[in-house]
Design a protein around this ligand. Structure first.
Ligand SMILES: *Cc1c(COP(=O)(O)O)cnc(C)c1O
Length: 470
């Protein structure tokens, strides 16, 4: 057998894939229930590099089961109930199965003929989201690779619609600007600078004591920008913000955007998922007044990275963003065909993202999304109660989502960082840290529906033990 014959041997595929499924079965069964294993097997970058260099030096192997085991044991375990770190989703295993299907088929999506299945599925999924948002039938959207790219894409659509110049042809003639809370995700600032707005083009509005945008200051900042000859194209609301998980007052922002005739974008990368929760969708009251909304499927919606929806109130706006001609791709350059994905995204070849979402909905229904979001937000409330039973701890701010910031009252910033570092090295829990107004906090994102109140009590006990051990 030549190497290439072996590469494409269906038998070889079945052999490796069956092994992997069995290994992953054992892994899930163990990691989801075990109280002994680590949530994160932390090693320094150099230690990890040395480990993999030694592995690579062993050369090729006929059997990858050893490699699969190594990858699993050396990775951070999101399915572990004591994983409470970053806002990356704990995925429904069915979406790993459909990931394998999409990887093998590798239909690139940019044009209809390369996305016969994934383009219609993308329309079905994004139409469903538009409906849950409360938009009418003029709405529509697309899937793209990550919240950061979706936010950039939304701002490009805003610029195409609200700038007085034909920037696509002539470049910038005027100084443009956007308004956003100082607590917004850094990718908004980055997107604006990529677009050539510069530091002055990102008008950062202060937040109140709940870390929400100060809606009472919008008019003042707007007038100041006008005085500086800035032309404001858009305002962005966070739903929710990253550090504290705070939801901006979307209704107030919507009213302001309407008065000024500027684009209203909502960065709901994390917290936009509440559109699927009967109990918590009140948090995004006013969402249907936005021009565009970013929602990540790879955070609270049980899917693997990266899958992000960008939903437009008026779907036509999404076709004006990239007004470029590519003769070899599209016969009709100007038509607004939903089935040619690449017309509306920065990406040309694109993963079959919709397949993963669709497989989840097909097997478990929207109920899975609703239950997950509701459980995680409920759990944050329970964590607040638990923290209140420990006099040594205090909250950063009352949580609005599944993100909770808390600290030991008697420890300074450096000590809090040291405690976090020791937790990381022990590896039983994985949590992170953040600074709120110059004070360091421990921060958990409760992403895992297998995390319970008893894990949270255990976390506080472990922190106390680390902090006060002799
Ligand atoms: C996670 C997040 C982003 C970035 O999204 P990626 O999918 O990681 O690119 C942007 N905004 C907010 C509010 C987020 O929580």
């Amino acid at each position: 057998m030549t190497t290439l014959q072996k590469v494409f041997s269906p038998e070889e595929f079945r052999h490796q894939a069956h092994q992997l499924v069995d290994i992953l079965y054992d892994y899930l069964a163990d990691v989801q229930n075990s109280s002994s294993t680590k949530a994160i097997p932390f090693q320094t970058p150099d230690e990890n590099l040395a480990f993999w260099e030694a592995d690579f030096a062993e050369g090729t192997s006929d059997n990858l089961s050893d490699f699969f085991h190594k990858v699993i044991t050396q990775s951070t375990h999101l399915h572990h109930p004591r994983y409470m770190g970053h806002q990356v989703g704990v995925i429904a295993p069915i979406t790993a199965v459909s990931s394998m299907l999409s990887a093998l088929l590798n239909n690139g999506m940019a044009v209809y003929e390369m996305g016969l299945v994934s383009n219609p599925l993308e329309k079905i999924v994004t139409d469903l989201m538009a409906k849950r948002i409360g938009f009418d039938e003029k709405a529509g959207g697309l899937l793209t690779s990550g919240g950061s790219l979706a936010n950039l894409t939304a701002l490009l659509a805003a610029r195409a619609k609200k700038s007085p110049d034909d920037i696509w042809q002539e470049g910038h003639q005027q100084k443009l600007a956007i308004m956003v809370s100082e607590e917004a995700h850094y990718c908004i600032d980055r997107a604006a600078r990529i677009m050539g707005l510069g530091a002055k083009g990102v008008i950062k509005i202060p937040v109140n004591d709940k870390f929400q945008i100060r809606a009472d200051l919008l008019e003042q900042y707007y007038q100041e920008a006008i005085r500086q000859n800035l032309h404001i194209i858009a305002i962005i609301g966070s739903a929710c913000s990253t550090s504290t998980g705070s939801y901006d007052d979307l209704e107030a922002i919507a009213q302001f955007a309407k008065d000024k005739n500027i684009w209203f974008h909502i960065d709901g990368a994390h917290g936009g998922a509440v559109i699927f929760s009967e109990k918590y969708k009140y948090k995004v009251k006013g969402i249907e007044m936005a021009d565009s909304i970013t929602i990540d499927w790879h955070k609270m919606l049980l899917c693997p990275a990266l899958i992000t929806a960008l939903i437009f109130k008026d779907n036509q706006d999404s076709f004006h963003t990239f007004q470029q001609k590519a003769q070899y791709l599209w016969a009709n350059q100007t038509s607004q065909d939903w089935f040619n994905s690449g017309k509306r995204t920065f990406e040309c070849t694109k993963l079959m993202m919709s397949l993963k979402v669709y497989s989840l909905l097909k097997l478990h229904g929207e109920e899975a999304l609703s239950e997950n979001v509701t459980y995680l937000y409920d759990l944050a409330h329970k964590f607040v109660e638990i923290i209140s039973q420990y006099p040594q701890f205090e909250l950063g701010v009352m949580p609005e989502s599944n993100i909770v910031c808390f600290r030991l009252k008697d420890k300074d910033n450096v000590e809090i960082q040291e405690i976090r570092q020791k937790l990381l090295l022990q590896g039983r829990f994985y949590i992170v840290q953040t600074k709120l107004k110059e004070t360091m906090y421990l921060r958990v994102s409760l992403m895992n529906p297998l995390t319970t109140e008893s894990h949270l009590k255990e976390l506080l006990d472990e922190i106390l033990q680390i902090a006060f051990e002799k």
